[in-house]
Design a protein. Structure first.
Length: 243
C-alpha cells in the first residue's frame, strides 16, 4: 500500500505550545473532539523532548513563551522540519509581528487571539490536508513505535535497531540533515558512566544502516547517509515520521 494512502488514514497530529495552562487545555480538548491526536506543552524545551519521541504534523505556537520565544522556536522548527505545518496563535496584533511571523518564523498561518475554536480547527485541518498532499513519491516513512522504515516503492520495508532509529531521528531533525560525528557519538553515551561511543563504533553503525538501505534501493542507488569530510554524516533521503 502506497505511503500516501496510509498517511491519509492516520489522525492529524498537533503539538500545542502555550504557557497559559487553561487555554492550552481548552484547545487540546477541542482539537481532540475533532479527531486529532494532540500533545500540549508549555515551552520550547518541552517541545524538543516531545519531537524526539513523536511525529508532529502541525505545530500551534504562542509567541510569548518562557525561555526560548515562539518566533525563535518557529524559525528553528522550519529549518529542521521543513515539511511540518506551523500556525502561530498569539495576542500580538501589530503588522510588524505578523510580518516577522511569516518571514522569520516561516509560519503557514498567523492567527491573533482570541481565535474562534471552529476557525482554528478549519485552519489546522486545511493545512494538514495540504501537507499530506505535498508528500512526494520519494519519501520514506519512519515509525518510531514499531522501529520500521518503509520506502516509496512496494516491498521497501525494514526493521531497524534502537540505535539506528536514534541516528535517523537525529539526522532528520538537524539543520541540513547533517551532524558532527562527536555529537552523534554523544547520543549513544552510557548515562551511568557518562561516556560516549567511539567514532569507530559510529562508523560501524552507519555502515550497517547503509547496507540495509542498499538491500532495498539497489547497489546503484545514491547512499542514503553520506560522510561529510571534516564534519560527520548527512541524511540524503527524505524521511517523515508516521505512527
Amino acid at each position: 500500500m502506497p505511503p500516501e494512502i496510509e498517511l491519509s488514514k492516520t489522525p492529524l497530529v498537533v503539538a500545542i505550545v502555550e504557557d497559559d495552562a487553561l487555554l492550552r487545555e481548552e484547545i487540546e480538548i477541542h482539537l481532540q473532539a475533532h479527531g486529532m491526536r494532540v500533545y500540549a506543552v508549555n515551552s520550547a524545551s518541552a517541545l524538543d523532548d516531545l519531537v524526539a519521541r513523536e511525529r508532529i504534523d502541525v505545530f500551534l505556537i504562542d509567541l510569548n513563551l518562557p525561555g526560548e520565544g515562539g518566533l525563535s522556536l518557529c524559525k528553528r522548527l522550519r529549518a529542521s522540519l521543513p515539511g511540518a505545518g506551523i500556525v502561530i496563535c498569539t495576542g500580538r496584533t501589530a503588522l510588524i509581528d505578523r510580518i516577522a511571523g511569516y518571514k522569520q518564523g516561516g509560519a503557514d498561518f498567523y492567527l491573533t487571539k482570541p481565535v474562534s475554536p471552529d476557525e482554528l480547527v478549519l485552519v489546522i485541518e486545511s493545512l494538514g490536508r495540504r501537507l499530506k498532499q505535498a508528500t512526494n513519491a520519494d519519501t520514506w516513512s519512519l515509525s518510531l513505535r514499531d522501529r520500521t522504515l518503509e520506502g516509496p516503492l512496494p516491498g521497501q520495508k525494514m526493521r531497524i535497531t534502537e540505535r539506528e532509529k536514534t541516528l535517523l531521528v537525529a539526522l532528520m531533525q538537524a539543520k541540513d540533515n547533517s551532524l558532527d560525528s562527536g555529537v552523534l557519538c554523544d547520543l549513544f553515551g552510557d548515562e551511568a558512566s557518562d561516556r560516549s561511543i567511539s567514532k569507530h563504533s559510529l562508523e560501524e553503525l552507519v555502515a550497517r544502516l547503509r547496507k540495509k538501505f542498499k538491500a532495498l534501493q539497489g547497489e546503484d542507488a545514491e547512499s542514503a547517509i553520506k560522510s561529510v569530510w571534516g564534519v560527520g554524516y548527512q541524511l540524503c533521503i527524505r524521511v517523515n515520521f508516521v505512527h
